[in-house]
Design a protein around this ligand. Structure first.
Ligand SMILES: Cc1cc2nc3c(=O)[nH]c(=O)nc-3n(C[C@H](O)[C@H](O)[C@H](O)COP(=O)(O)OP(=O)(O)OC[C@H]3O[C@@H](n4cnc5c(N)ncnc54)[C@H](O)[C@@H]3O)c2cc1C
Length: 381
């Protein structure tokens, strides 16, 4: 089957592209059984579709010039025009229904209204470019087209990129839990307000918020955001540190613990009332204190060591959990023109996560999908 244009991927960016284009001879191909299916799992089923504070600093790269073409406001207006009623939570934008299904419904309704041709449950297995025609093989039918839009998400077309010498940064899972040396004794412990610092030995980055311990790693939004520090270097190695009392200096922690000595508690219960017991044990284990005494016998040296651990609970970083929300890496933006068309292979466009753009949690990645999808959609008229 020949079409003027084929869009591979009916995810966020592919749908936006399909809804924006004025092209009348195009088709969308997706391996899923439903248009925009992946949106259902976003934002814990609520779809955090963008953020009121969109700036370059929340991404790995500068996307302002693209946002100037299709901005946050354009996104809000677009979804409102589809009938989606929005709600706002500390800058994060969700459907008022609090259900990602509403976003999928309004997109689906538009697909039906515009009678967009979609081939669902078609997995693309090979893409070739010969004599100015793109040939797309799927597990069901073969397609060809003059113009191709790749909107297939993360690391889905690596072979095609390599075969056509399209420059890309290696894909690496990002926005995921960080694997560390064993935290089994801390599994499921939540620290409501900590300062997490990740380091690769040369540089470091910190963020404050809730930290959740897993069997052998750290999770929570802060850990997800900081995983991008490793992902962007494609190297999950180094150390991470948790400051368990970020509002206090080490001296203030020392004073606090010194005051607590007079509670005269058995050492294993010394941190009761300050930290959950599992965390208290972990801190005590790190300092290797003789636990057969009561707290009143703790020496200044011991209190100092405990204070240091509280301010800098250290773990070896050993990799990532495969629960990544996005991939870091992708087709370099400077390999693409202003319309996200490949500079070295005309009529080939990229949008969404397959481009080398990744943001932190909070609606930033979907905003890039909407922006890039809209830019390509307008360009393929
Ligand atoms: C659990 C989870 C929660 C998330 N929550 C948020 C959030 O709340 N806010 C936010 O901004 N971002 C969130 N994200 C990230 C966001 O979903 C992505 O950034 C965004 O979907 C990327 O859009 P895309 O169009 O590039 O790719 P996708 O939305 O992944 O779409 C790609 C499409 O291509 C199809 N496809 C892939 N390979 C093939 C193939 N070989 N053949 C045919 N079809 C193919 C897929 O089926 C898919 O439909 C979340 C991600 C996950 C995994």
């Amino acid at each position: 089957m020949f079409y003027d244009t084929i869009i591979i991927g009916a995810g966020a960016s592919g749908c936006m592209c399909a809804l924006m284009t004025k092209n009348k001879n195009f088709a969308v191909i997706d391996k899923a059984n439903k248009v925009a299916k992946k949106l259902l799992v976003t934002g814990n089923g609520r779809c955090n579709l963008t953020n009121l504070d969109i700036e370059d600093k929340f991404y790995n790269t500068q996307i302002k010039k693209y946002l100037d073409k299709f901005s946050l406001n354009d996104t809000l207006e677009f979804f409102k025009s589809l009938g989606l009623v929005l709600s706002y939570e500390e800058g994060r934008v969700y459907p008022l229904s609090n259900s990602a299904k509403s976003v999928v419904y309004v997109i689906d309704n538009q697909f039906a209204k515009k009678q967009i041709t979609v081939y669902l449950e078609h997995t693309v297995t090979k893409i070739e470019h010969k004599n100015n025609v793109f040939y797309i093989q799927t597990d069901k039918n073969d397609f060809s087209c003059r113009r191709l839009v790749v909107a297939s998400g993360g690391n889905s077309v690596v072979d095609f990129l390599k075969e056509n010498n399209i420059k890309f940064r290696d894909f690496c899972p990002s926005l995921c839990s960080i694997k560390t040396g064993s935290t089994r004794n801390l599994a499921n412990v939540r620290v409501h307000d900590a300062l997490l610092t990740v380091s690769d030995g040369v540089e470091s980055k910190s963020e404050r918020g809730e930290v959740l311990f897993k069997e052998s790693g750290i999770s929570g939004i802060v850990a997800f955001n900081l995983s991008s520090f490793y992902a962007r270097n494609n190297n999950f190695n180094g150390r991470l540190y948790i400051d368990l009392l970020p509002d206090m200096s080490e001296k203030e922690v020392f004073n606090l613990l010194t005051d607590r000595k007079t509670l005269c508690l058995p050492i294993p219960q010394f941190f009761d009332g300050l930290f959950v017991r599992e965390l208290g044990y972990e801190i005590l284990n790190r300092v290797k204190i003789d636990e057969k005494r009561t707290s009143v016998k703790l020496t200044d040296n011991e209190i100092e060591s405990l204070s240091k651990v509280i301010k800098k609970l250290a773990f070896e970083v050993k990799g990532f959990y495969p629960n990544n929300q996005v991939y870091s890496g992708g087709v370099f933006l400077d390999a693409l023109d202003e319309s996200l068309q490949c500079k070295t292979l005309s009529n080939l466009f990229f949008c969404g996560e397959v481009c080398d753009v990744d943001g932190i949690c909070g609606g930033y990645n979907l905003q890039w999908a909407w922006t890039s999808g809209a830019i390509v959609g307008r360009a393929i008229e």
